[in-house]
Design a protein around this ligand. Structure first.
Ligand code: FES
Ligand SMILES: [Fe+2]
Length: 362
């Protein structure tokens, strides 16, 4: 397979090769090259509120499929550990609970909540034991306000992905945003994960696909800002002040009618800030032609729910889903290989394709 190439000059570039969306081989390569090395969303730190609480979960089920365990140890430190016993590989914790330590129920190996090996029955006479290898593997945690992220193979600094977004919304009371499970949803989409992301990364389709949203957003003023290297922002401006952010003077956007901030963080995370709060969208690959999209709602101002650009999100999602499922069928065609980009409207998609080539060609 020849390396992927997307010209840095958008005015002469062709869109990325369709193998990205259709080849099982490329899908498999993306697992380690993109998803293991980037930072992935875990959830909020209240998953383990008190010392002794443990929370097992799978990082990107069906894709990375990594069994992990979040713990809060007795010193109140958060730890992210492998949930796999270092003896013969049993899964250690099966459900969230509160306990003083972790005991494997297969042969009784005991670990502290920080992952350190504590004891093991019937191991007298075993040489060079215990060693560091008998501790549970510990993963890096990146914390932004209440949200936790990890990387299975952290070769990139999280600042490269999050820094610009964090600075832009630093004035918001993020610690007070409250998770609303009842407003959260999961969608199954019959399209490659990258198609879902690149659709999100251009506002070009809004007037064509989202009539409702188009009535709120000023398409002429819709702006894409490319953060380098691994994130971007689409700023949804409105014609009037109605249902917009009440921006403080220390916001870099003070004076503008901002209806929504659409931040994207490579490869698969969207952070949509509305005057009511935040909708986090996580795109999880399932197979080459299928992904799962989780919408998680964090509310800041309940009285602004269902107003402006942040209303009718289920409808907007359905419209997106339908179009990307059509595109998935289209990119399989023997007659389609590449398209071209709009210089004024598809900078975000071009930027994404450039990053994809960088990671896949490594
Ligand atoms: S697998 Fe855990 S003690 Fe044997
Ligand atoms: Fe859309």
């Amino acid at each position: 397979m020849s390396p992927f190439f997307v010209d840095p000059d958008i005015s002469i570039a062709k869109t990325i090769d369709t193998d990205v969306y259709t080849s099982v081989k490329v899908f498999d390569q993306c697992r380690e090259k993109i998803f293991a090395t980037s930072w992935q969303f875990i959830g909020n730190d209240s998953l383990v509120k008190e010392p002794g609480e443990v929370y097992p979960f799978t990082l990107l089920p069906d894709y990375l499929d990594e069994p992990l365990l979040l713990t809060r140890d007795k010193t109140d430190e958060l730890n992210l550990l492998s949930n796999v016993c270092t003896h013969r590989g049993n899964i250690l914790a099966e459900k969230a609970c509160k306990q003083a330590n972790l005991r494997c129920r297969y042969h009784g190996r005991l670990f502290n909540l920080d992952g350190k090996f504590a004891s093991m029955p019937e191991f007298k006479g075993v040489q060079h034991f215990p060693s560091k290898d008998d501790d549970l593997s510990k993963l890096n945690l990146f914390k932004w306000s209440q949200w936790l992220f990890t990387s299975a193979n952290p070769i990139y600094d999280p600042g490269l992905f999050f820094r610009d977004m964090i600075e832009r919304v630093a004035w918001m009371p993020l610690d007070d945003f409250k998770f609303y499970p009842e407003l959260s949803r999961t969608f199954q989409v019959k399209a490659n994960w990258a198609l879902y992301c690149e659709n999100y990364l251009e506002g070009f389709h809004i007037p064509f696909v989202h009539a409702g949203l188009n009535a709120v957003i000023d398409f002429g003023e819709y702006a894409t800002e490319l953060y380098f290297p691994y994130s971007s922002l689409q700023l949804g401006l409105s014609k009037t002040k109605k249902d917009c952010f009440d921006l403080p003077t220390n916001s870099p956007d003070y004076g503008k009618n901002v209806a929504a901030y659409y931040f994207w963080v490579f490869p698969n995370m969207m952070f949509n800030f509305y005057p009511w709060g935040l909708s986090v969208n996580i795109v999880e690959p399932i197979s080459v032609g299928e992904c799962r999209v989780r919408f998680l709602s964090y509310v800041w101002n309940e009285s602004k729910l269902d107003k402006g650009a942040g209303s009718g999100l289920d409808k907007v999602e359905q419209e997106d889903e339908e179009i990307v499922e059509n595109v998935q069928r289209g990119v399989r065609s023997r007659f389609y290989k590449h398209g071209r980009y709009s210089v004024t409207r598809e900078q975000g998609t071009h930027h994404f394709h450039r990053i994809l080539t960088e990671f896949i060609n490594k």
